[in-house]
Write a protein that binds this ligand. Structure first.
Ligand SMILES: [Zn+2]
Length: 167
């Protein structure tokens, strides 16, 4: 999936954590959590040479390249998510969960991709959720439709939480 699709999925992850933890909508924490969600949602693609995350986190992407870590393998795996959880433990509960859920949203929606991911790395098999003929190819028209759906959900969540209950 493209970076913008992952950003929206990360944004939705942050919205869900904010709603679950009942954080006030108009607060710096909300702004920070939404920003963190957008960034963490794209983080796993640090393994993809040329991606924005690979450029921003150059030392990490260089290390992955030296270790010959290929795209949609280690950073898209459950093992790596466990590692991320351990590293993030010192964060406050809000930012911890936003970071973890947004990070996890990345491999989750990449499972819809036609090439699949090595979710169970170091096991070599690639896992995908959809049969090939309806799987979402990166940058395809179906990804655009999927992104619009995510965008609609991201707008619907605050509406359901803050506007609808007040009506
Ligand atoms: Zn990815």
């Amino acid at each position: 999936m493209l970076q913008k699709t992952h950003s929206i999925a990360g944004f939705i992850s942050a919205e869900l954590v904010l709603a679950y933890q009942e954080v006030s909508f108009f607060s710096w924490d909300t702004a920070g959590a939404l920003l963190l969600g957008c960034l963490a949602g794209t983080l796993a693609d640090v393994d993809k040479p040329g991606s924005t995350m690979a450029k921003v986190l150059f030392p990490l992407s260089a290390l992955l390249r030296i270790l010959k870590v290929r795209h949609r393998t280690l950073t898209h795996s459950l093992v790596f998510m466990l590692l991320i959880m351990m590293i993030s433990l010192p964060m406050s509960p809000l930012y911890f969960w936003v970071f973890i859920v947004a990070y996890a949203s990345h491999p989750l929606i990449d499972l819809l991709n036609d090439r699949g991911i090595q979710l169970l790395w170091p096991l070599p098999m690639k896992i995908r959720l959809l049969p090939k003929f309806i799987a979402i190819d990166t940058g395809s028209a179906s990804e655009t439709v999927f992104r619009w759906l995510l965008l609609a959900v991201s707008l619907l969540i605050p509406f359901m939480l803050y506007v609808y209950p007040a009506l």
